[in-house]
Design a protein around this ligand. Structure first.
Ligand code: NCD
Length: 347
C-alpha cells in the first residue's frame, strides 16, 4: 500500500509487506520512544486528536507519539464540548478541522463513522476506534508486541496457537487483530467466550477461508491451555443493549496466577488491550499476575508509541528524514517505567 497521504481506517488495507515496512520504521523509532534521543522531523505539523468516546492510552499515546516526532497536538474530547452537540454533521466537522490540521485521529462510538469522517477530506484520517468496528492501530501495536515477545517477524508466525478470550463480539481490538493475524499461515485460534459474545460469524468464516483452525469454546481452562499467547479482553458493557446484566459474564473469564500456573504452558504470553476492568476487586487478568515476566500488557502500551510514530512518519512521508534532526535526550529517564516491571526499558 502507499502510506503517504492515505487514510488508515481498517487493517484490511495491510498486506504482510506493509506490516514489515511499518515495523522496520517502528524499530527505528525505539530510541526516541525510549527517550534516549529526540527528533524534530514533524516540527510545525499539527495533529487533530478527536476523541468522541472515552480513552486514556489511545488518545495520550497518539498525542505523545506525535510530540516525540516534534509535532504539535490539538484535541477535543467527547461530544459535549464540540459543535456536534449543536447538531453539526460529520461532513461539516471533518471539513472544518481539516483546514486546521495536517493529520487527524478520530475515535467515535458508531461503527463506520470514522470512515464517514475520512470521506469528507484529503487530510489523512487515522481510525482510533469506531464503536464495535475496528481499531487498526491497536492491532498493529498488538502484533508488534506479539512478534517481539516471541522473537519472530511478521510472516513468521505460522503454526502459532492463540486464545482470544472474553467479549469477542463487541471487542473491536480482537476484530482487528484476528484479521491482521489471518495474513499468517496455519494459525489456531481458540475463541473463548459465551455463545452470545462469540466472534462474529463473518470473521470466523474469514479466518477459516484463509486456512486457519478456529475453535469456539466456553471453557476457559481448556481454551487457554496449550497456546502460545492468551489475548484477554474486557466485557464491553457500554455497547450492550440496555437492561442486560453482564456481571456473570465478567466472572466467567477471569485469569489469575493460580489458574495460569495450573493450566497454561510455562512461558505463555499474556496480552490485553487494556483497560483491565478492576471494578469488583479483580479483573480479566488478575493483579496476582503483575509480577510475571509473561505479562506483556504494559509492553503493549509502551509499544503504542513507536508503532504510532512509525505510522505518522509513513503517512506524512518523512520516515527517511527522522535522523536528520536527531540528538541525544539529556533529561532523567528511569531504568524501568513501572515498579513491578520485570525488564529494563532498553532490553
Ligand atoms: C480498547 C478499545 O478502546 O477498544 N482499548 C484500547 O484502545 N487500548 C479496549 C477496551 O475498551 O476494552
Amino acid at each position: 500500500m502507499a502510506f503517504a497521504g492515505s487514510h488508515i481506517l481498517s487493517v484490511d488495507q495491510f498486506e504482510l509487506e506493509d506490516i514489515e515496512r511499518l515495523f522496520d520504521v517502528a524499530d527505528l523509532m525505539l530510541p526516541y520512544a525510549r527517550r534516549e534521543r529526540t527528533t524534530r522531523v514533524l516540527e510545525g505539523a499539527v495533529l487533530g486528536n478527536l476523541f468522541f468516546e472515552p480513552s486514556t492510552r489511545s488518545r495520550l499515546s497518539f498525542g505523545a507519539a506525535f510530540n516525540r516526532l516534534g509535532g504539535y497536538v490539538r484535541e477535543t474530547t467527547g461530544f459535549a464540548f464540540s459543535s456536534m452537540a449543536k447538531g453539526e454533521s460529520i461532513y461539516d466537522t471533518s471539513r472544518v478541522v481539516a483546514g486546521y490540521m495536517d493529520i487527524l485521529v478520530v475515535r467515535h462510538p458508531d461503527e463506520g463513522a470514522v470512515q464517514e469522517f475520512a470521506a469528507a477530506t484529503h487530510v489523512p484520517v487515522i481510525n482510533g476506534g469506531d464503536g464495535p468496528g475496528e481499531h487498526p492501530t491497536q492491532a498493529l501495536l498488538d502484533l508488534y508486541t506479539l512478534c517481539r515477545e516471541l522473537g519472530l517477524r511478521p510472516g513468521g508466525l505460522g503454526g502459532m496457537h492463540i486464545a482470544v478470550v472474553g467479549d469477542l463480539k463487541y471487542g473491536r481490538t480482537v476484530h482487528s487483530l484476528t484479521k491482521l493475524l489471518a495474513l499468517e499461515e496455519r494459525l489456531t485460534f481458540n475463541c473463548v467466550a459465551p455463545a452470545e459474545l462469540q466472534l462474529p460469524d463473518s470473521l470466523v468464516r474469514h479466518l477459516r477461508a484463509r486456512g486457519h483452525e478456529v475453535i469456539l469454546t466456553e471453557d476457559l481452562a481448556e481454551g487457554i491451555s496449550d497456546v502460545d499467547v492468551v489475548y484477554a479482553t474486557r466485557v464491553q458493557e457500554e455497547r450492550f443493549p440496555e437492561g442486560i446484566d453482564v456481571s456473570a459474564r465478567k466472572e466467567q473469564f477471569r485469569i489469575d496466577a493460580e489458574l495460569y500456573d495450573k493450566v497454561c504452558r510455562p512461558g505463555t504470553v499474556l496480552m490485553h488491550p487494556l483497560p483491565r476492568d478492576s471494578r469488583g476487586g479483580t479483573s480479566e487478568l488478575a493483579d496476582s499476575l503483575n509480577t510475571r515476566g509473561e505479562l506483556a500488557i504494559f509492553r503493549q502500551t509502551d509499544n503504542g508509541i513507536p508503532v504510532r510514530m512509525a505510522l505518522f512518519a509513513l503517512v506524512l512521508d518523512v520516515a527517511d528524514q527522522v535522523t536528520a534532526t536527531d540528538r541525544a535526550a539529556t533529561w532523567f529517564t528511569p531504568r524501568r517505567f513501572g515498579v513491578l516491571d520485570t525488564r529494563d526499558i532498553l532490553s
